[in-house]
Design a protein around this ligand. Structure first.
Ligand code: 4GX
Length: 243
């Protein structure tokens, strides 16, 4: 997959693209991420990208011409899905992440200031995407969230496929609790079943704990599931009430 990013702060992306799981995926050529400086697409000596809003109101807006030039320049060889990170966008979730991972080319637009001239959205944006209902100072961190979550869906990026399958949300449930050495921490022992070597019992315990955790911490996930079982036949039915 090819991903291009447009930003006035390309330096923000360097360690993010070099380190960890994503760094390995990039180094292995499983995804090809290029970060572009919006100012390279200006044509004035000051390389300016902002101006005052028509109608007043204070703050600054990003002007349209550099964005139009940058997006068109990066859409030459292939037609990318052009995504503006914005609190006005549709909210990102695991389903959208999987859909985006099926694209061959993404172009992520990272705005700053009070936003971008609306005509950029009219002309060269396919969709607006939000990572959540809070306000960031720019789209860069949101773009990193998109890149990291999407890259994990590309085969080979995450080491063991079973790590991806087991992750939270994969089957619509939160993760079960995990334990490693030492076997006792401040008087808290590892649950006996995990030391038993009974793989079927361990699997059943993990499934039950995942359901319990979901019901306690994120009950909305159980009612929102598209394949949610009918009321009364819920996977949580019969679970002991816990504090
Ligand atoms: N999920 N922001 C973008 C500037 C801006 C505003 C409007 C384009 C249009 C955000 C979020 C987010 C803050 C990034 C405002 N650019 N992005 N920025 N939440 O809060 O994605």
């Amino acid at each position: 997959m090819r991903i291009d990013v447009i930003t006035i702060f390309p330096e923000m992306f360097a360690p993010f693209l070099e380190l960890g799981v994503l760094g390995r995926g990039v180094a292995a050529g499983l995804l090809d991420v290029t970060v572009h400086d919006l100012r390279d697409y200006t044509d004035d000596p000051h390389r300016s990208v902002d101006d005052e809003p028509y109608g007043g109101g204070g703050g600054m807006l990003m002007t349209a011409p550099p964005w139009l030039a940058a997006v068109r320049a990066l859409s030459r060889e292939s037609k990318p899905r052009r995504i503006l990170l914005s609190p006005q966008g549709r909210r990102l979730d695991g389903e959208r992440v999987a859909e985006l991972a099926a694209e061959s080319h993404l172009l992520l637009l990272c705005g700053r200031y009070e936003g971008i001239d609306e005509r950029v959205i009219d002309r060269v944006v396919d969709e607006e995407l939000s990572i959540g209902d809070y306000v960031l100072s720019g789209g860069e961190i949101a773009a990193m969230v998109v890149i990291e979550s999407v890259s994990r869906e590309i085969p080979g990026v995450v080491g063991l496929p079973q790590s991806v399958e087991r992750d939270s949300f994969r089957d619509g449930l939160l993760d079960f609790p995990h334990y490693t050495r030492p076997s006792v921490v401040e008087g808290l022992a590892v649950p006996e079943v995990l030391l038993s070597g009974h793989h079927a019992e361990i699997e059943a315990w993990r499934q039950r704990k995942a359901l319990e955790a979901t019901r306690r911490k994120r009950p909305d996930l159980l009612t929102e599931r598209r394949d949610a079982p009918a009321v009364g036949k819920s996977p949580c039915a019969g679970l002991e009430e816990e504090k």
